[in-house]
Design a protein around this ligand. Structure first.
Ligand code: NAD
Ligand code: UDP
Length: 339
């Protein structure tokens, strides 16, 4: 054996081999948040930084905004990467929250093919990254996997009632296929997965023009414009305040018992759109009128999460009622619109 080889052999014996995770010198957990510049993602990044993680925010800014995370940029533990997850990504991380995907019907129907690609190709790329780095990965799935439900409230065991070819299908079926991919990577490759089905969530940093009902009603009420009720307004939704949702996501990611989900995270308080419109009018003191517009195709009639599983496995339950969360959201839009 020559001196070079001898030296190598010596090194092999004395220097411990790195583990499969190429740790940097920081002891912090390296967390990637895709869609981190969006409504939910920005709150999640904030929360993760508060708990001492290094955060890599990945976003293509389709519906996200730099303003949502601008205040985090000076933090040395925060890094921003403009990237579209439908393309492969090579980074070294310990945990991945996969939130990238437009969430409001107006946004996800703008370019439905890209919506499917983001959910499906994006999931393949992020799961491939999780497989290579042995990172734990959480998928932001949705109550939309239940479609227009025939069972009420919806437990995780319900398989759903989804139109595969309608205008909402790019989102609903994209998210369903992403769940399939998560469970196949788990069974086939042992990837550590967590799947959360998020029900309608609201709060500060919602986009004022994303077309979702809470942002629409508040902006219309504050501007004295007509409040647009789609259909007869008797369809229901259950609204979760953003802080509760983020708490649920973190608890799900952090569970060490290998609970993969899917788990519903949402607030079971159920309201008709007419009740919501009246609550917004009361809160804002607005003189806006209610006007009726056609119900969009395949609009679910009712939606309410059964959160028994989240309560049992994560000891999670929402703490902010609509009565408490709406005023905070109204204040946000008031200052955003300078009204
Ligand atoms: P959002 O539109 O504010 O955020 C989505 C983010 O993903 C945006 O910043 C957008 O720019 C980014 N993005 C979109 N396509 C991307 C791509 N191809 N590559 C990289 N980034 C991309 O929406 P949100 O309300 O914050 O939703 C976040 C996640 O939670 C979504 O996956 C959504 O499906 C899910 N979800 C949200 C709700 C809700 O009520 N807010 C309900 C159910 C599920
Ligand atoms: N909606 C409404 N007026 C609006 C926007 C939405 O009546 O200006 C209704 C919509 O038809 C649906 C409900 O509010 O029944 C929730 O719509 P959103 O787009 O917020 O979410 P999703 O339908 O995805 O739950």
């Amino acid at each position: 054996m020559g001196p070079g080889l001898r030296q190598l052999e010596h090194l092999r014996r004395t220097v411990p081999l790195p583990s499969h995770r190429m740790k940097n010198y920081s002891l912090k957990t390296r967390v990637m948040v895709t869609g981190g510049a969006g409504f939910l993602g920005s709150h999640l990044c904030e929360r993760l930084l508060q708990t001492g993680c290094e955060v890599l925010c990945v976003d293509n800014f389709f519906t996200g905004a730099r303003q949502n995370i601008e205040h985090l940029l000076p933090n040395p533990s925060f890094e921003l990467l403009r990237h579209d997850i439908t393309f492969p990504l090579y980074v070294e991380v310990d945990r991945i929250y996969n939130l990238a995907c437009p969430a409001s019907p107006v946004h996800y129907q703008f370019d439905p093919v890209q919506t499917v690609k983001t959910s499906v190709v994006g999931a393949v790329n992020m799961l491939g990254l999780a497989k290579r780095t042995k990172a734990r990965i959480l998928q932001a799935s949705t109550s939309e996997v239940y479609g227009d439900p025939t069972l009420h409230p919806q437990p995780e065991s319900y398989w759903g009632h989804v139109n595969p070819i309608g205008p909402r299908s790019c989102y609903d079926e994209g998210k369903r296929c992403a769940e399939t991919l998560f469970f196949d990577y788990h069974r086939q490759n042992g990837v550590e997965i967590r799947v959360v089905r998020i029900f309608n969530t609201y709060g500060p940093r919602m986009h004022p023009r994303d077309g979702r009902v809470i942002s629409n009603f508040i902006v219309q009420a504050l501007q004295g414009a007509d409040i647009t009720i789609y259909g007869d307004g008797r369809q229901t939704r259950s609204f979760c305040y953003v802080d509760d949702l983020v708490e649920g996501l973190v608890r799900m990611m952090d569970n060490e018992v290998g609970f993969t989900g899917p788990v519903n995270i949402g607030n079971p308080g159920e309201f008709t759109m007419l009740e919501l419109a009246n609550a917004v009018i009361r809160l804002t003191g607005s003189r806006s009128r209610l006007v009726y517009a056609p119900l969009p195709q395949d609009d679910p009639r009712q939606r309410q999460p059964d959160i028994t599983l989240a309560a049992q496995t994560l000891q999670w339950q929402p703490t902010v009622s609509l009565e408490k969360g709406l005023p905070k959201t109204v204040e946000y839009f008031r200052s955003l619109l300078k009204l």
